[in-house]
Write a protein that binds this ligand. Structure first.
Ligand SMILES: Cc1cc2nc3c(=O)[nH]c(=O)nc-3n(C[C@H](O)[C@H](O)[C@H](O)COP(=O)(O)OP(=O)(O)OC[C@H]3O[C@@H](n4cnc5c(N)ncnc54)[C@H](O)[C@@H]3O)c2cc1C
Length: 474
């Protein structure tokens, strides 16, 4: 690779090739580890364009990277010649238009920074993932991220009005609009959402905003049976109630936060958190009361309700810090995101959670069931001793069994975090007829296959043997 060409584009300091840095940029929040050839940090659209033109001419793989918080190996390079395009320096908020209800940002802007900047205008960008403290807008677009409040507000795709995209050959194109509606052409910006960095580099995005709700009320309810909690979630949605959040935590999740965060959540089979928001307090009261009634009709007990921010933060503290709690649940064990964000029909929520527990027992693993169940998302994490090859073999079998079950009950491999590497085998199995079409689109936009190669339809069929696992020496 000719470093002087790249240094000529972005400057000496913004091309990094020391091994320690390369090693860090070789991993994300998944189990996978790679090693890139270089890290390049562009500061402008023109620089991204020139880097892509150079990489395309040399057929060098390029992986766009935001915060590296992807959970399935999205930003992990598959080839040691790869360039990691670190987008974090492109972090300017370019326009805030409260009267037109949109904003325009560079792709490296961090979600929480954007929402802090929007707040004084009384507006917000709501599809934020739980990782909003670090996740970038570019990474969220590439993953169609969604989160706690997507049950009411929807996922990223519904908020991306337009974007500027740098193609594999370096061309800069403008997509979409600033208006709420658009009925013109292929709406390619929607195709880019969820494309995991394989079709182009998002450099700028125009995002729809909504007013910040004036009132927000959160309740938590306990259930002595998981099935009752599952039925309640379905019944709340079917009733036409409009929760702004509807979350489930199973007994293992509850034990994990009690043990590692010294919390005193009731150790029942399941908890649900339900929230309503809006501009009129009576309307919020009405939503909360109607959900409370449904909880009680299904045998649940509401143990706390509050409008107060401090109180709400306390009520929700365990759920908010669950990932960290699971990571410390058992000494020496790792918390891995392998089969972590399936979506299933509401009627299959509890059955899926039970199945996860049965599979964990069968393979001697610890697995929890929790998530944004109001949107149909069922999270799990697989806890295991990462130093043992048997644990990985068991985890692999567990993952396959979970996905087979999810497919049987009408669910999907990923409702939230995307496919990349770890989820590709299951997704390819269930979406086989779509793959040739995706491959044609991919090669039309990226004929040299330089944009994040080896992911999605191009990913290996067995993540365990075909990728390096970062926890241990297999
Ligand atoms: C604790 C934790 C909680 C999480 N909670 C959620 C959640 O609630 N909901 C959810 O959806 N996800 C969640 N995630 C997953 C992850 O944070 C999101 O998918 C997030 O959108 C990734 O953003 P990022 O900036 O870290 O992207 P990265 O991980 O850096 O990249 C992700 C993908 O996007 C591509 N990409 C990045 N920037 C660009 C760009 N400018 N142009 C083109 N492609 C680009 C990369 O190539 C890669 O394929 C969570 C992760 C963690 C660690």
């Amino acid at each position: 690779m000719d470093l002087s060409s790249l240094r000529g584009i972005v400057g000496e300091d913004n091309v990094r090739d020391n091994v320690a840095e390369l090693y860090v940029y070789g991993a994300d929040a998944s189990v996978h580890q790679g090693l890139p050839g270089l890290v390049v940090k562009p500061h402008s659209i023109e620089q991204v364009s020139q880097i892509m033109a150079y990489a395309n001419s040399q057929k060098i793989p390029v992986i766009a990277r935001g915060a590296g918080s992807g959970m399935s190996g999205h930003a992990v390079p598959m080839d040691t010649k790869s360039i990691i395009l670190d987008m974090k320096a492109m972090n300017r908020i370019l326009e805030i238009k409260p009267d037109d209800m949109y904003c325009r940002v560079e792709a490296g802007v961090v979600d929480d920074d954007l929402n802090r900047a929007l707040k004084p205008y009384g507006i917000t960008y709501p599809p934020s993932p739980a990782s909003s403290r670090i996740a970038t807008i570019g990474g969220e677009i590439a993953n169609n991220a969604s989160g706690l409040r997507s049950v009411k507000y929807g996922a990223t795709r519904e908020y991306v009005l337009g974007m500027r995209l740098v193609l594999a050959n370096g061309d800069i194109i403008k997509l979409g609009a600033k208006t709420r509606v658009e009925a013109a052409g292929y709406q390619i910006h929607r195709l880019i959402v969820g494309s995991e960095g394989t079709l182009g580099i998002v450099v700028e995005a125009t995002l729809k905003c909504v007013p910040i709700p004036k009132y927000r009320c959160l309740s938590v309810a306990t259930f002595d049976q998981l099935e009752k909690a599952g039925d309640t979630i379905g019944a709340i949605i079917a009733s036409g109630a409009e929760p702004s959040m509807l979350e489930l935590m199973d007994d293992i999740a509850i034990k994990a936060v009690n043990k590692t965060l010294n919390m005193d959540l009731p150790e029942v089979e399941a908890l649900i958190f339900f929230e309503a928001d809006g501009k009129v307090k009576e309307a919020v009261d009405h939503e909360i009361n109607s959900m409370r009634l449904i909880v009680e009709q299904h045998g649940g007990t509401v143990t706390a309700t509050s409008y107060d921010l401090k109180e709400r933060t306390k009520i929700f503290g365990g759920r908010k810090k669950l990932f960290a709690a699971l990571s410390r649940y058992k000494d020496g064990w790792a918390c891995t995101s392998l089969a972590d964000d399936m979506a299933v029909p509401y009627t299959q929520m509890a059955a899926t959670a039970r199945k996860i527990h049965q599979i964990a027992d069968k393979y001697g693993l610890i697995m929890t069931a929790y998530g944004h169940c109001g949107s149909g998302v069922m999270h799990t994490k697989i806890l295991m001793d990462p130093s043992k090859k048997e644990s990985w073999d068991a985890a692999k079998k567990a993952v396959d069994e979970i996905y087979d079950f999810v497919d049987e009950v009408g669910g999907i491999t990923s409702g939230e975090h995307g496919i990349a590497l770890s989820k590709a085998p299951s997704w390819k199995k269930t979406h086989g007829d779509m793959l040739p079409v995706m491959t044609k689109i991919k090669f039309a936009l990226d004929p040299n296959n330089i944009l994040n190669p080896g992911k999605l339809q191009d990913a290996p069929d067995d993540w365990l043997t075909a990728t390096k696992i970062r926890y241990q020496m297999l």
